[in-house]
Write a protein that binds this ligand. Structure first.
Ligand code: SF4
Ligand code: SF4
Length: 204
């Protein structure tokens, strides 16, 4: 498994209670849910068929998930989901999350459906180090965008952006360079550049 993806999935499993965002009649909706199973092929969650959450997922099979641990390391993943026809995945999720037996004992688990985020993009943002570090990954055939602002050939090496950067991740050169994995994506460098030489970050 891609090491960044593995780290992100592990973090979401350890944080356990993560925010899961969906779309509800064109508006954002969010709830806390447990990241119940992380495998090479993606993340698995459970929900009950009667919940608005379930209906939203049926209507729009996309979710965004994020969580942060006690060290201020966060992970987020956005992607596509599908419901699992194979009921054995529900049993597997119960094996990995035994407290579910208290909530849905015995056959009561039959109301639950497992969904699988099988394709997506993600990012780990580590605020425990200085400057913060950003790592991206993709899975299931998605491609990842490079992180951070980017300085283009229009740069005349005047140096104004160096002072504007709060975390010191711009290096001098004929064309100045941003360390994209450590860039906060705050945009200060772009605002002060007299040559319009700085391109905004693309997002995941
Ligand atoms: S402010 Fe603009 S032109 Fe000046 S060094 Fe930075 S990127 Fe280059
Ligand atoms: S976007 Fe912000 S953090 Fe990134 S290089 Fe520019 S000033 Fe620095």
């Amino acid at each position: 498994m891609d090491q960044t993806k593995k780290k992100a999935f592990r973090l979401l499993r350890e944080v356990k209670s993560v925010a899961v965002a969906t779309v509800n009649n064109g508006k954002p909706d969010v709830r806390i849910a447990d990241a119940m199973l992380a495998q090479e092929d993606g993340l698995y969650f459970l929900t009950a068929r009667g919940k608005p959450y379930y209906k939203q997922l049926k209507e729009n099979q996309k979710v965004a998930i994020c969580g942060m641990d006690k060290n201020y390391v966060s992970a987020r993943v956005v992607g596509d989901i599908q419901f699992c026809n194979d009921r054995s995945i529900v049993d597997k999720i119960f094996e990995h999350n035994p407290m579910m037996n208290d909530l849905y004992p015995g056959e009561k688990r039959d109301i639950l459906e497992a969904f699988h985020m099988y394709r997506g993009k993600g990012e780990i943002f580590d605020l425990s180090v200085e400057p913060p570090e950003r790592e991206r990954f993709a899975f299931g055939g998605e491609a990842v965008n490079p992180s951070g602002y980017r300085i283009t050939d229009k740069c005349v090496a005047c140096g104004i952006c160096l002072d504007a950067c709060p975390v010191g991740v711009i290096s001098e050169g004929e064309v100045y360079i941003v360390d994209g994995n450590r860039c906060l994506e705050c945009g200060s460098c772009a605002e002060v550049c007299p040559e319009d030489a700085v391109e905004a970050a693309q997002g995941m």
